[in-house]
Design a protein around this ligand. Structure first.
Ligand code: ATP
Length: 380
């Protein structure tokens, strides 16, 4: 086990047509011993390149990667005590499951056959694939093959697991099951893990912290709930959360925010937080927009329902402000509340739930308040 540190890590590719491509741009993050860090971001943001640099499969252009106190920039992959799990499983089709799991140890260590077999048996038992051990990969389901790929990483007893979308090829139900299983496994093994994913549900539910990349730059590295409720900037606010946060361009005039379709009066306390900024973006999450019966309260507006997407537990309601070209936004309401397209409703944007971002830089100036978070008490 070890702490993994990325210090100003940069990767520049050279392409004959495009010239320099900065795939990873001065990324710095400390991954604690035993921590589960998910790396997320849009396609092409540098997730896989970051992971491949940690694995030693890609040279580092600038910066330093340290495992414990040791700089590993120039260590060949086989000497780094890391194990990688790929989306494609990458199993040898002609070898048995036992052979696949043992292969790496046979090639790269001096362990005796007995020791190797003991490790393979232990990992197979842990993963619940002990009864499949003599089959070939082609005789296993996708989920079982993914377990074998994990087993192959576990037998190496690495200091760090590197996982590149390991669950992406599985169907939704199996992915959800494997998510929980992987999380328990990582907790039990207590191995520092860097996990790349497109799937923000995976990132939110599995990780101790999420690192969000955009255009090769680290936007935020924080716990899932910090990223959700206290995003550093507009990018993180819009990337984390499904449906995405609603954003409106607003011009601040004194303590009033003026948008195309509405005006929003700020309390003195919130207005003070904004300093002298005037160009702002107001953000509010769909679940924080209240669809209310009474249209007379503060921060209430008239909206028209466009489309309703029922999800059972909740309805995703696409709406627009009253008027022919009203700005669109999304609210989520409880699944047991019936709401239809074409309905005229009143919506409220509670002040404690709004986020405000500097329109020029995208930086968060003010995030939602968390004072009303309720703790479920335990039964004693
Ligand atoms: P995805 O989610 O689509 O897998 P990613 O976030 O993992 O994307 P990377 O694969 O790390 O992104 O790529 C980051 C950037 O570097 C992209 O612009 C990509 O085109 C570029 N890139 C990656 N590998 C190379 C290469 N070998 N040569 C040139 N450019 C590359």
């Amino acid at each position: 086990m070890a702490q993994l540190t990325l210090d100003d890590v940069t990767k520049i590719f050279h392409d004959d047509d495009e010239g320099e491509i900065v795939a990873v741009d001065e990324v710095s993050v400390d991954i604690e011993d035993g921590e589960f860090l998910c790396v997320v971001g849009p396609s092409g943001c540098g997730k896989s390149t970051t992971l491949r640099m940690i694995a030693g499969l890609e040279d580092i252009t600038r910066g330093e990667i340290r495992l414990g106190n040791e700089i590993i920039n120039d260590q060949p992959p086989a000497r780094r005590n890391v194990a990688m799990v790929f989306q494609s499983y990458a199993l040898y089709p002609h070898m048995s499951i036992r052979g696949n799991m043992a292969f790496g140890l046979e090639q790269s260590t001096n362990m005796s056959d007995d020791e190797i077999q003991a490790r393979v048996d232990e990992a197979a038992d842990l993963l619940g694939i002990d009864d499949l051990i003599d089959r070939k990969p082609g005789e296993l389901s996708g989920g079982q093959q993914q377990r074998v790929a994990l087993g192959r990483a576990i037998v190496r007893d690495p200091e760090v697991f590197l996982m590149d979308e390991p669950l992406a090829n599985l169907d939704a139900k199996l992915r959800a099951d494997m998510r929980t299983e992987l999380q328990h496994l990582q907790e039990d093994l207590d191995v520092t893990t860097v996990y790349v994913t497109h799937d923000q549900t995976e990132a939110m539910t599995m990780s101790d912290r999420i690192a969000i990349l955009n255009d090769g730059k680290l936007q935020q590295a924080a716990t899932p709930l910090e990223c959700y409720h206290e995003p550093n900037n507009v990018f993180v606010a819009g990337f984390i959360g499904e449906p995405s946060m609603n954003f409106f361009d607003v011009d601040r005039q004194g303590s009033t925010l003026v948008a195309d379709d509405f005006e929003y009066d700020l309390s003195d306390r919130v207005a003070r937080e904004l300093g002298d900024r005037t160009d702002l973006t107001l953000g509010i999450r769909p679940e924080d927009i209240e669809v209310v019966a009474d249209g007379s309260g503060t921060h209430t507006y008239q909206g028209v329902v466009d489309v309703v997407e029922p999800r059972g537990n909740e309805n995703t309601v696409h709406m627009q402000f009253e008027g022919t070209d009203g700005t669109q936004f999304i609210a989520t309401v409880d699944g047991m509340r019936n709401i239809d397209g074409g309905q005229h409703v009143t919506v409220a944007f509670p002040e404690e739930a709004i986020h405000l971002f500097d329109a020029a830089t995208g930086e968060a100036v003010r995030n939602r308040e968390l004072g009303s978070v309720e703790k479920v008490e335990s039964v004693v």
